[in-house]
Design a binder for this molecule. Structure first.
Ligand SMILES: [Mg+2]
Length: 121
């Protein structure tokens, strides 16, 4: 069965791009435009990986990750932060929220696919 990936991203163009990259590889994508929506979808479905944009309207990706880490289903699940921020102090803050990996935008497709398969195999 195809691995299920929850993609949390508020920018429609980025969402389209990530969806295109991953569906092309046979992954099953569920989109979420906000952290709140992501938590609801994650609560009702079992995703193999979550790609989490950090800058989101309302709850940000760090807070959404912290909430997910409190649940049995996502305590140890792969959650990749997607961020344009490159400042070291900010990176530390993002990692401290509990994400497994930090992927900087613009996304390097090869790197993302490599990291995904390393967590899924
Ligand atoms: Mg964003």
């Amino acid at each position: 069965m195809a691995s299920r990936i929850l993609v949390v991203e508020d920018n429609p163009d980025n969402m389209k791009l990530v969806t295109w990259m991953l569906e092309d590889e046979g992954y099953h994508i569920t989109p979420a435009g906000t952290g709140e929506e992501a938590l609801e979808l994650a609560g009702n479905n079992q995703f193999d990986v979550i790609l989490m944009d950090i800058s989101l309207p309302g709850m940000d990706g760090k807070e959404a990750t912290k909430q997910l880490r409190k649940t049995d289903t996502y305590r140890d699940a792969p959650i990749f932060a997607l961020t344009a921020h490159a400042i070291v102090s900010e990176e530390r803050d993002i990692m401290a929220s509990g994400v497994s990996e930090l992927i900087t935008k613009p996304i390097n497709e090869e790197l993302l696919l490599e990291k995904l398969s390393s967590y899924l195999n």
